[in-house]
Design a protein around this ligand. Structure first.
Ligand code: ATP
Length: 453
């Protein structure tokens, strides 16, 4: 059963070291968070699962890791300088600022006043000075989405890999948006990460590919423990589509604060490649793009027989890493009533996402034989390369089990006197069933590998 409130998740995340308010000791920075010792593992595991599914397990996707600082011309021709805005209203009474489309009535949620300004477009991009002279003449943007660098590198990747549509380019990285009202923990923040795939297809096959990608993405989320039953498909109405989109389907998740977008899957047509292409007159470009005089290349593919050039269409599944982490945490969280009248909190992560894979717990932390054995087992299991294996030094088995249930560690391995004096076996305890079994130390590696397979 998912968490009943955002407060429970926020408190667990802070207490156990998943997520902290950034610059906390100076009062924080609104809409900015840091990932702690367990949060960084969870986030890395989620990104690795996406990369595996997108790049390693497919034969038609290449990877990319492009810069965050972006040439303003890229974001001029992509349309972001003109249209990447949210409607901003000011409250004349308390001076609070709000996103007009998030207000349910024309009333300030802060002070209740109805004396609001008319909405005006507010551009969400962050600008920063480049170089030593900060007179405004040389600046870059912090990218508001990772996608644009995939488009501007299209020619480079095609030339380097000889790919032809259908094929994709995948990228995971930071994006920045100066959100008017960041809120709901890591759901809406100003600095976040995206996992984006731009999948290039022949014009005319785009609608079929769009539907195929929606199914792929639902299946992937399901494999991360975000079940299909808690996702809704929202087909964005034509008048609400982004400037580049012919059709967008949002995967809407039941977050603790409401049903909101986890991932957007857009048919961006030939808009972006067309916009960044020199001498557009040579090409048939379906989307309405700005006339381009600045780029020095054509982002198109040539038919080897007819020699004609085509600008591919692109299908874009774009997922937020931070929203993904929040959804995974929410799905994993449960509080169980135990037979002895107590309760336990469990994060029932899928094993591949668990921040700590195995905790090795010595029965006594001051017994040389047990400690040496536990440390050796920790090294042996770490060498399997499954992820983080922790040597747990609390010396209190009950406390260690409770702590590891709460942070979602699938297996605890306890080293006791029998291990070193009798039969070289350990107790393996399962997070979900709490069942315990003795396993020979010699067979432990295979046991653990099988569990995580
Ligand atoms: P929203 O309507 O919620 O502002 P969006 O439609 O602007 O989102 P996209 O531009 O489609 O979002 O971005 C793709 C993905 O990036 C989103 O599905 C979301 O997971 C993530 N994302 C976008 N903005 C933010 C943000 N401010 N904080 C965290 N994640 C974000």
């Amino acid at each position: 059963m998912p968490a009943s409130s955002m407060d429970e998740l926020v408190s667990l995340c802070k207490r156990r070291g998943f997520i902290f308010q950034s610059s906390d000791i100076y009062g924080g920075l609104q809409g900015i968070y840091d990932y702690g010792p367990l949060g960084v593992e969870l986030k890395n595991n989620l990104k690795a699962a996406w990369w595996r599914a997108m790049v390693y397990e497919r034969d038609d996707v290449e990877g990319l890791d492009a810069a965050i600082l972006t040439n303003p011309l890229t974001l001029k021709y992509s349309g972001h300088e003109d249209t990447f805005t949210d409607p901003l209203v000011d409250c004349r009474s308390c001076k609070a600022r709000h996103r007009a489309d998030h207000l349910t009535e024309r009333k300030c949620p802060n002070c209740g006043s109805t004396d609001l300004t008319d909405p005006r477009p507010f551009n969400l991009m962050f600008k920063t000075a480049l170089g030593p002279v900060s007179d405004g003449s040389t600046f870059g943007y912090l990218r508001p989405e990772t996608a644009q660098a995939i488009f501007t590198n299209f020619r480079n990747v095609v030339d380097a890999t000889s790919r032809r549509p259908p094929f994709g380019i995948a990228q995971i990285g930071k994006a920045f948006r100066n959100e008017i009202t960041p809120r709901n923990f890591i759901f809406r923040v100003r600095e976040f990460e995206q996992m984006e795939l731009e999948f290039f297809v022949e014009p005319g096959t785009d609608e079929e590919w769009h539907e195929a990608w929606i199914e792929e993405r639902l299946a992937w989320w399901d494999a991360q423990g975000v079940s299909r039953s808690r996702l809704e498909l929202f087909r964005v109405p034509p008048d609400e589509l982004a400037h580049y989109s012919k059709a967008t389907v949002d995967l809407m998740y039941h977050f603790p604060h409401g049903v909101e977008e986890l991932e957007g899957i857009a048919n961006r047509t030939d808009f972006d490649l067309g916009s960044h292409t020199k001498s557009q007159g040579e090409f048939v470009i379906a989307a309405k793009v700005m006339p381009n005089n600045d780029s020095n290349t054509k982002l198109a593919v040539q038919d080897p027989d007819s020699k004609t050039w085509t600008v591919p269409y692109v299908i874009e599944p774009s997922a937020g890493v931070d929203r993904g982490v929040l959804a995974v945490l929410n799905e994993a969280y449960r509080v169980e009533q135990l037979d002895n009248g107590t309760e336990r909190t469990v994060l029932g992560f899928r094993p591949h996402l668990a921040p700590i894979k195995v905790a090795v717990v010595p029965l006594k932390r001051n017994h040389d034989g047990i400690v040496a054995k536990a440390r050796a087992i920790k090294q042996q299991l770490s060498a399997l390369g499954l992820g983080r294996v922790l040597y747990e030094h609390t010396g209190n088995i009950g406390k260690a089990y409770r702590r590891h249930d709460e942070v979602g560690t699938p297996l605890c391995v306890t080293v006791d006197f029998d291990t070193i004096e009798k039969d070289d076996t350990v107790t393996v305890r399962d997070r979900d069933t709490m069942a315990q079994q003795r396993v020979a130390v010699g067979a432990l590696g295979d046991f653990v590998k099988d569990y995580f397979r």
